[in-house]
Design a protein around this ligand. Structure first.
Ligand code: ADP
Ligand code: MG
Length: 449
């Protein structure tokens, strides 16, 4: 403990908050007499003149004190008391709010299930290193690359591994979209002490992370207040030696709608890109995915699927899913000709009914009891938005139509909206079993099973 350091600049704002909440007499008798002597992690250490004094604070004022500390927002979140002349803590704050490991992780995103190729070997090594040694060499870690190239997979693999192997570390994985929404919610839902408290709690939640993983940081673009908040969280965590992992669809310097100081911070970390896989890696990925789906897919079909599949692994995986699905639907083995027809048209043979945009729209409408007009319409009510997104997703899954054509069939929507909805539902399914089951049921309606 340092004798000479002066911690008044931290304690003064806390005192101010205490003054607002307790009686004047308690304030001058106790709070004013405490001396801030150290900062120990997230604790401010306060010295009391004697044991009785410490007991009184512990028994009567501790809760208020902790609230005041959070409200003061001075970079600490709790306190410890030490009696003058003794080196021992007289009051040890209880352990951190019960920390439950994140529930938004998909267990199947692991390092083992990630296929390493020339396109991603460095970023893979960096991500592994972070998972094995958080806040070690690679901090902050910034991963960028085009959509569907495995960023989320790697970020969640880091989180899954740390959660499994280092349970005492607080891991937070959050999509930037969620982060933005949470911050905006606390900013705009009401004012007054309650709203402020919620803001402080949220801040405290993120700032108490040992490992903070934010996916798709590009969503923060143009949102000044959120960038401001994130900037402080970022700085605080880095200064406390905590691990930060960020992903984005572009390198930091190209995130044009981002404040300069954030770009500088990101560029100051370790920046790795994920490139599109080459042909061999695509085959290896397809093999791995077929294995996960417990399907045997002949090599020539894998080759066929990897050819002309574009860059994105999500699309590649989608091609495989479609073919496996067609094989189940027609109850025929997976061959190149089946694959060719499954990817070119969605017409079923053998007198089975055709799957068309309309048959999918009808199935979704009947499942959610909404009218076709509402489903393809523009109304943004929650009861309509999700069925609409599910409809997009199913159309992408079950039909071999370009996104533009799907958009057209679904009330003349833009192809980026379709892509967004598809990805969103895909992501949701991974964390929401209920939704995944609903979607399966709707598929069965489409297939008249
Ligand atoms: P991004 O976040 O970059 O848009 P995702 O991580 O969501 O991409 O990846 C899309 C899909 O592709 C996921 O199902 C993921 O498991 C898969 N994927 C991407 N790259 C790989 C890889 N190298 N090995 C295995 N699966 C991969
Ligand atoms: Mg992603």
């Amino acid at each position: 403990m340092s004798e000479s350091a002066n911690f008044d600049f931290i304690y003064d704002p806390i005192k101010e908050k205490m003054r607002e909440t307790i009686s004047h007499i308690s304030y001058i008798t106790y709070i004013e007499k405490l001396k801030p002597v150290d900062v120990d992690g997230r604790y401010i250490v306060l010295e009391t003149p004697n044991e009785n004094f410490a007991q009184y604070i512990t028994g009567t004022l501790a809760e208020k004190m902790r609230e005041a500390i959070i409200k003061a927002d001075v970079g600490v979140s709790d306190f410890r008391l030490v009696v003058e002349g003794s080196g021992e803590y007289a009051y040890n704050a209880p352990a951190e709010e019960n920390y439950a490991p994140p529930s938004n992780l998909d267990k199947k995103y692991t390092f083992d299930s990630f296929v390493v190729g020339k396109n991603n070997e460095f970023v893979y090594a960096a991500a592994r290193n972070v998972a094995e040694d958080p806040a070690g060499t690679y901090n902050p870690l910034f991963i960028y690359g085009g959509t569907g190239l495995g960023k989320t997979h790697l970020m969640q693999a880091i989180a899954n591994k740390i959660v499994a192997e280092k349970p005492n570390l607080k891991v937070i994985y959050v999509t930037c979209e969620q982060f933005v929404n949470e911050i905006i919610d606390t900013m705009f839902t009401g004012r007054g002490p309650d709203a402020r408290d919620r803001g402080n709690k949220l801040r405290q939640h993120y700032r108490s992370a040992d490992v903070l993983i934010i996916d798709d940081i590009q969503f923060i673009a143009n949102k000044k207040a959120v960038q401001e908040e994130f900037f402080h969280t970022f700085n605080e965590l880095v200064s406390k030696g905590k691990q930060i992992v960020i992903s984005s669809d572009q390198p930091p310097k190209e995130l044009t709608a981002l404040e300069e100081r954030l770009k500088t911070r990101f560029s100051g970390g370790l920046v790795f890109d994920i490139l599109p896989p080459n042909f061999e890696t695509k085959i290896a990925i397809l093999k791995r995915k077929a294995f996960e789906k417990k399907c045997i897919v002949p090599d020539e079909v894998l080759t066929f699927l990897a050819q002309d599949s574009g860059d994105d692994v999500r699309t590649l995986e989608g091609r495989l899913t479609k073919v496996i699905f067609a094989s189940k639907l027609h109850e025929v083995p997976i061959t190149v000709s089946l694959a060719a027809s499954a990817l070119n048209e969605a017409v079923s043979e053998d007198g089975k009914e055709e799957i068309t945009p309309d048959s999918i729209i009808n199935a979704v409408c009947s499942y959610y009891r909404v009218t076709k007009g509402d489903l393809v319409g523009k109304c943004k009510k929650k009861e309509l938005v999700q069925p609409r997104q599910i409809c997009c997703y199913l159309m992408c899954e079950l039909l071999s139509l370009p996104l533009m054509a799907i958009g057209k069939a679904l009330g003349n929507r833009n192809h980026t909206t379709i892509l967004y909805s598809r990805n969103k539902v895909e992501d949701l399914c991974q964390v929401n079993d209920r939704l995944a089951k609903d979607i399966d049921d709707i598929k069965n309606i489409v297939l008249k099973k």
